[in-house]
Ligand binder design. Structure first.
Ligand code: APR
Length: 311
């Protein structure tokens, strides 16, 4: 059987970690693409990762390139092209720089990898994946934004630490836009089925929700750039769900066509990812308070999409 082809668009911090994880897991041939000025950097990273296989015992093909023709017919694209945040910046502050970049990426993706399942990570996430789908004209289930898996992971970690339990047993779902208005759904948050409210006091949960919402910014302030390990792992989980038709139920920024009452908008919702991409959106019941939070988050996303539409 032919090996799958995975194109990583952007060979920076997240791109490099994605390549490392994908090579380690032998999920397919990995092409690490970056702009011509970074071609040698991408090639060097790829070579380092292939040599790493001789030590760790994996047989993956990893190559760097700045030629989109090398991505011809890719099965999966993961897009991190663009600049990350610096301390004091919001994700929305990146729109002016990252919009022309996502358009460039989308035009090339349309030409060279029209049937790829594409996972967008570049920020502002919900607006970038919206623009990617608009420019490529891809089927609505074939483009998804990676944010919910990461935001849920942050929420899960903070809850696990507070409850004094393994992070493996915490189930949580963070919906809405990938911004400070994201919506941790408490009614769906359990510690292996045990309601989280029976293990953590209400005020502590409130503080954890706030920390989760600002979870990306906390790391930007510490490192001077944005996170890359957990974002890369989150996107790989989504790519694996597609490549192995796993039908995983994850939080992902999906194209909404009436679901949850929203139309023509990408936002974080529970999705099922399988061989057809985002195969289903699961409309979970939300409390009145959660609905109001989702509405606030949707308005924030819409305001950035409106800027994108006018640009
Ligand atoms: N095509 C491909 N790659 C590009 C393009 C382009 N048109 N323009 C810029 N790039 C590359 C940059 O050269 C850089 O190597 O994207 C890479 C981004 O890497 P980093 O600066 O290390 O950023 P990273 O931490 O990987 O984050 C990338 O993901 O989480 C988001 O907010 C984050 O938008 C940011 C993105």
């Amino acid at each position: 059987m032919a090996r799958k082809k995975i194109g990583l668009i952007g060979a920076g911090n997240i791109g490099g970690e994605l390549a490392r994880l994908l090579a380690n897991k032998e999920l397919g041939d990995v092409w690490l693409y970056d702009i011509p000025a970074k071609e040698n950097f991408a090639k060097g990273k790829a070579l380092d990762l292939e040599q790493n296989g001789a030590v760790l015992g994996y047989d993956s093909f990893v190559r760097g390139t700045s030629n989109w023709a090398d991505l011809e017919g890719a099965d999966v694209l993961i897009v991190t092209a663009g600049i990350p945040r610096k301390p004091g910046q919001s994700r929305d502050d990146l729109v002016a720089t990252n919009l022309p970049i996502i358009r460039d990426v989308a035009n090339n993706a349309k030409k060279h990898a029209p049937s790829a399942f594409t996972i967008v990570i570049s920020n502002p996430l919900d607006a970038m994946v919206y623009e990617f789908k608009r420019v490529t004209g891809c089927a609505k289930g074939m483009a998804v934004g990676m944010a919910g898996v990461l935001d849920s992971a942050r929420f899960q970690l903070f809850l696990a630490r507070e409850a004094g339990v393994s992070v493996k047993d915490v189930r949580a779902m963070v919906l809405g836009g990938h911004g400070d208005d994201m919506v941790p759904v408490l009614t769906m948050t359990t510690i292996n089925g045990v309601p989280v409210s029976s293990l953590i006091a209400k005020d502590k949960i409130g503080a954890i929700i706030e920390r989760t919402r600002k979870g990306g910014g906390e790391i930007v302030n510490l490192m001077g750039t944005s996170a890359y390990y957990a974002p890369a792992s989150s996107a790989v989980a989504m790519a694996e769900a597609f490549l192995f038709d796993q039908k995983r139920l994850l939080a992902g920024a999906a194209y909404l066509d009436g679901e949850f009452g929203y139309k023509d908008l990408f936002m974080g919702v529970p999705v099922v990812i399988g061989a057809k991409g985002v195969e289903r959106i699961i409309e979970i019941p939300l409390s009145a308070e959660e609905k109001a939070m989702l509405e606030k988050s949707a308005k924030s996303v819409q305001s950035v999409v409106d800027v994108v539409k006018k640009s």
